[in-house]
Design a protein around this ligand. Structure first.
Ligand SMILES: Cc1cc2nc3c(=O)[nH]c(=O)nc-3n(C[C@H](O)[C@H](O)[C@H](O)COP(=O)(O)O)c2cc1C
Length: 188
C-alpha cells in the first residue's frame, strides 16, 4: 500500500494551534505517513526559528489528507489561513483539491466562543474544493470526553494559558487515525 501523504496547515498566534499541529504531525508519522507540516505565519512573512515552512499550493495538491487548523477569530477562521485558502483558485478550478480527505482543528479561549462555527466556516471552503470531509463524529469513546464531533478543539481559558493535555492529544490522535484510515480505504 502506498504511503499516505498528510499535509497540516495552520495559523497560530500564541502557540496553541501550533502545539496541536505538531501533535498531529507526530501522530501521523508514527502511523507511517509522510507529513508536511506548514505554518501560514503570524503577522509577518518571516519564518521564525523552529517554525515550519510556509505552505504552497503544491502542499495541498500533493496530499491525500489535509488537516487545517486555526484559532477561533470571532467564531471564524483566522484571516491568514483564509488568505492562503483564497490563493488556491487555480488548483480549485482544475480539480486538484478534490477527492482528498480534509478535517479541521481549532482552539478558543471560551468553551462556547465559536469552536463549532470556526470549523463549519472552514468546511465551507472544503465543500467548494470537492473535498471529502472526514469529521470525527462520535466514532470513538474518546469523543465523548473531548466532546467535539466537528473536529478537534481545545479551550485555552480566560488567561489563554491552559496547555494542550491528554484529552486534546487523544482527540488529535484519533483524528489522525481516522483520516488516514479513510484515505487508505479510498486509495486501496
Ligand atoms: C482577534 C481575536 C479574536 C478572537 N475571537 C475569539 C472568539 O470569538 N472566541 C473565543 O473563545 N476566543 C477568541 N479568541 C481567542 C483565541 O481564539 C484563543 O486565544 C486561541 O486559543 C489562540 O490560539 P493560538 O494560541 O493558536 O493562537 C480571539 C483572539 C483574537 C486575538
Amino acid at each position: 500500500m502506498p504511503t499516505t501523504k498528510v499535509t497540516i496547515v495552520y495559523y497560530s498566534q500564541t502557540g496553541t494551534v501550533a502545539t496541536m499541529a505538531a501533535r498531529l504531525a507526530q501522530s501521523a508519522e508514527a502511523q507511517g505517513a509522510e507529513v508536511r507540516l506548514r505554518s501560514v505565519g503570524r503577522d509577518n512573512d518571516e519564518v521564525a526559528e523552529g517554525e515550519p515552512a510556509r505552505p504552497t499550493a503544491d502542499d495541498i495538491v500533493w496530499a491525500d489528507v489535509v488537516l487545517l487548523g486555526s484559532p477561533t477569530r470571532y467564531g471564524n477562521i483566522a484571516g491568514r489561513l483564509k488568505v492562503f485558502l483564497d490563493g488556491l483558485g487555480a488548483q480549485w478550478a482544475t480539480g486538484q483539491l478534490a477527492d482528498k480527505v480534509y478535517a479541521g482543528f481549532t482552539s478558543s479561549q471560551t468553551l462556547h466562543g465559536g469552536q463549532e462555527t470556526t470549523l463549519l466556516a472552514l468546511y465551507n471552503t472544503v465543500i467548494h474544493f470537492g473535498g471529502i470531509l472526514v469529521t470525527p463524529g462520535y466514532t470513538d469513546g474518546s469523543k465523548f470526553v473531548d466532546g467535539n464531533p466537528y473536529g478537534v478543539s481545545h479551550v485555552t481559558g480566560a488567561a489563554n494559558d491552559i496547555p494542550v493535555g491528554d484529552v486534546t492529544n487523544t482527540a488529535l490522535d484519533h483524528l489522525v487515525t481516522r483520516t488516514i484510515s479513510i484515505s487508505r480505504r479510498l486509495n486501496a
